[in-house]
Design a protein around this ligand. Structure first.
Ligand code: ADP
Ligand code: MG
Ligand code: MG
Length: 211
């Protein structure tokens, strides 16, 4: 298939769950360095619950699929990242409302909405060493790729690349939000775990794009 329809979105969600499960130990290790060491467990628990829900639910649209992710993460992840990712997926879902398949414009709009939702909820600014440092550049790259005439695959790939680079760029930053901020200067020199999980999630959605 070369369209990013409901089936493609559901398969990307499954891929995201597998990606998070496969990187659970790494995400936990990153959170052990500057947090409380539960980020991998938190997200793996949430995405496992997503897979269980998908056994009995049949999302009718890409927006439905993302809404299922949002509500499940909100009720199962906890911590700082649960409500933040829940908000991100819920806002993205709202941006896609009604569409049968993704378009470059919708992807850019969904990522901007996700970023705005996370910022509204968590009040982190760029450079605070949070998932915003991956999601913000991802939204900007998606917008630029869509404006440049890129297809859904290119827009999602640009977003995933920017998120990965944004996550890596958190290393020299001092955390100003979340648990890592309690460490002050000792948070410098480590990747922010939430930025890394954001990069993995976007990589999964990009890999799901075939058109
Ligand atoms: P907790 O810190 O409650 O244990 P997690 O370990 O699951 O939650 O998630 C930690 C991640 O959440 C951080 O690495 C960071 O990316 C993100 N985070 C924490 N606070 C904020 C915030 N206010 N805004 C954006 N992201 C945040
Ligand atoms: Mg934690
Ligand atoms: Mg915790």
């Amino acid at each position: 298939t070369d369209v990013y329809d409901t089936a493609a979105t559901v398969s990307a969600v499954r891929a995201a769950a597998a990606m998070i499960a496969g990187h659970k130990a790494e995400l936990t290790r990153l959170d052990q360095a500057i947090g409380d060491g539960d980020h991998g467990e938190n997200l793996a628990r949430g995405f496992h619950a997503v897979l269980v829900k998908l056994e009995s639910a049949a999302p009718a649209t890409p927006a439905d699929a993302l809404k299922l992710v949002a509500t499940t993460l909100i009720s199962t992840v906890g911590g700082a990242s649960g409500p933040l990712y829940g908000t991100a997926f819920l806002r993205a879902s709202t941006a896609l409302a009604g569409a049968a398949e993704l378009t470059p414009e919708l992807v850019a709009a969904a990522l901007a909405a996700a970023r705005d939702g996370v910022v509204a909820r968590g009040k982190a600014e760029p450079g605070d060493k949070t998932m915003v440092d991956a999601l913000g550049p991802a939204a900007e790259a998606a917008r630029a790729a869509a404006d440049g005439g890129g297809g859904v695959r290119e827009v999602l790939a640009a977003a995933a690349d920017a998120a990965a680079r944004g996550s890596e760029a958190t290393v020299p930053l001092q955390a100003r939000k979340g648990r890592a901020s309690y460490l002050g200067e000792r948070s410098v020199g480590h990747v922010d775990p939430g930025s890394r999980s954001t990069a993995y999630l976007l990589a999964s959605f990009a890999a799901g794009a075939t058109g």
